[in-house]
Every structure is written in C-alpha cells, then in structure tokens.
Design a protein around this ligand. Structure first.
Ligand code: ADP
Length: 238
C-alpha cells in the first residue's frame, strides 16, 4: 500500500479549473516532485494535501485513512513554506518549539523534542541564535526542523530552493536529499526546475494546466516521455 494517495483531485477557483482529476501515489520514505511551469497547479495541489485548500472532488489518503475532511493540524503533514516563515525575534530553539507550545506539550517534552529535531538537521549548536544570524541554507533547515518536531508522517516543501543563491542550490539540493533520506520521511516537493526534480526525486509528476501529464521515475520521464508536452518540457522532441 502506498503511504500517500492523491485520488482524482479537482479544484476550481471561480470559473478557473486549476486541478483537473489529479491522481498520484507516494511510497513510504520516498520523494515525489511536482514539476511544471508557473501556474500549472503545483502549489494548489500541495496546499490541498496540507488541508489549506478543500478540493471540489477527490480524496487524499494517508496510510489507508481518508484525511480529506480533516483540518490541517490533525493531518500529520508538515509544510515548509517558500520563505521559511521563521519568527525573527525568536531564537532557533524557540522557533522550532513554537508548534509544540500551541499543542500544549509539557516543558520537558518540548525541550527533548526540540533538541532531537535540531540534531536531525545538524543545528544543535545554533539553538540560541536568531534567524538573521544564519545562512539561507541553515534557515531552511530550521524551517524543516520546525516541521519535523511535530513528527509528521509526510513533509511538503514548496519551492525549497527559491530563496537561495543560485551557486548554493546544488549543494543544498544534495544536502536536503541526504537529510530526507536520514530522517526517512515521505516527502513531496514543488519545483519548476527540471534538474532540481531529477536530482532530488524518486518519482516525478509532470503537470500542465492542472493535469498530471506523466508520473514516473526521473529516468522514465527522460527516456520515455509519454506526451508531446512532456517531451517538449524536458527538452526533447518526441
Ligand atoms: P503553480 O504552483 O504551478 O505556479 P498555482 O497552484 O499557484 O500554480 O496556481 C494555479 C492557478 O490557480 C494560477 O492560475 C493561479 O493564479 C490560480 N490560483 C491559485 N490560488 C488561487 C486562489 N486562492 N484564488 C484564485 N486563483 C488562484
């Protein structure tokens, strides 16, 4: 059984159909990338999985449970925002602890879990610093720690490298891939950059105008593009 199943999800904003019957699945511990040009519906699909958007039709299933009607905070789905959304006036430890405090966790438990999360992203020695004192890549890891501390079963990342210097991107991509493998968490990324998708993913969904044009391994998509759109998008004539 797949860890997460997106089953025939559709969504319109007013008259505009943004997702048109999207179906995908992600295996436990693997990385799926939603790849496509700006406006094709990637972020809307990610936000639907997180529960910030209610689809008009279709289901989101995690470990066999239909979570379509659950509010975001009960879904065990972590969401890492594009700009990381860290609180500048809080220390790194306090930023990571934030979500736990909302959940009324005991102080000792908060301390233990924050320590574990910071260790996972290799930032233990940064606990007492402030976001502005960290590099872009380190801030991203804090944002990931803030999600992981809630022990989600799925991690969603919206364009995780957008805020980073182009020179840093490849290093960060490799580091993030290693981090996800180490944690072993099922993850879904959004990107418009095909090289990024190919570097990071076990599977890729190429999207176009709210439709999943092709879903497969990076190699599959490169070697056997199934539609003219996919062939064109990855730079190969059919
Ligand atoms: P992508 O992430 O692939 O760039 P989005 O999912 O952000 O695409 O957007 C897909 C389309 O839906 C775009 O045309 C966008 O303008 C529209 N859209 C996204 N969110 C809303 C919203 N809340 N209200 C109206 N239109 C929206």
């Amino acid at each position: 059984m797949s860890h997460l199943v997106i089953d025939n999800v559709s969504k319109s904003f007013g008259e505009l159909p943004v997702l048109r019957g999207c179906s995908l699945s992600v295996e436990k511990g693997s990385v799926l990338t939603l790849l496509g040009p700006s406006g094709c519906g990637k972020t809307t699909l990610l936000r639907t999985i997180a529960g910030f958007i209610t689809p008009d039709a279709g289901r989101i299933v995690v470990q066999g449970n239909d979570i379509s009607d659950m509010p975001p905070n009960r879904r065990e789905v972590g969401y890492v925002f594009q700009n990381y959304a860290l609180f500048p006036h809080l220390t790194i430890a306090a930023n990571v602890a934030y979500g736990l405090k909302v959940r009324r966790t005991s102080r000792a438990e908060v301390a233990r879990r924050v320590e574990d999360a910071l260790r996972l992203v290799d930032l233990s020695t940064f606990a007492d610093r402030y976001p502005a004192q960290l590099s872009g890549g380190q801030q991203q890891r804090v944002a990931i720690a803030r999600s992981l501390v809630l022990e989600p079963s799925v991690l969603l990342l919206d364009e995780p490298f957008n805020a980073l210097d182009a020179r840093l991107r490849l290093t960060m991509q490799i580091e993030l891939r290693k981090l996800i493998q180490r944690v072993g968490i099922t993850s879904i990324f959004v990107t418009h950059d095909q090289m990024e998708a190919m570097t990071l993913s076990d599977t890729v969904a190429v999207m176009h105008k709210g439709v999943v044009e092709q879903f497969g391994s990076p190699l599959d998509i490169y070697d056997r593009p199934r539609t003219a759109y996919v062939a064109n998008f990855i730079g190969r004539a059919n």
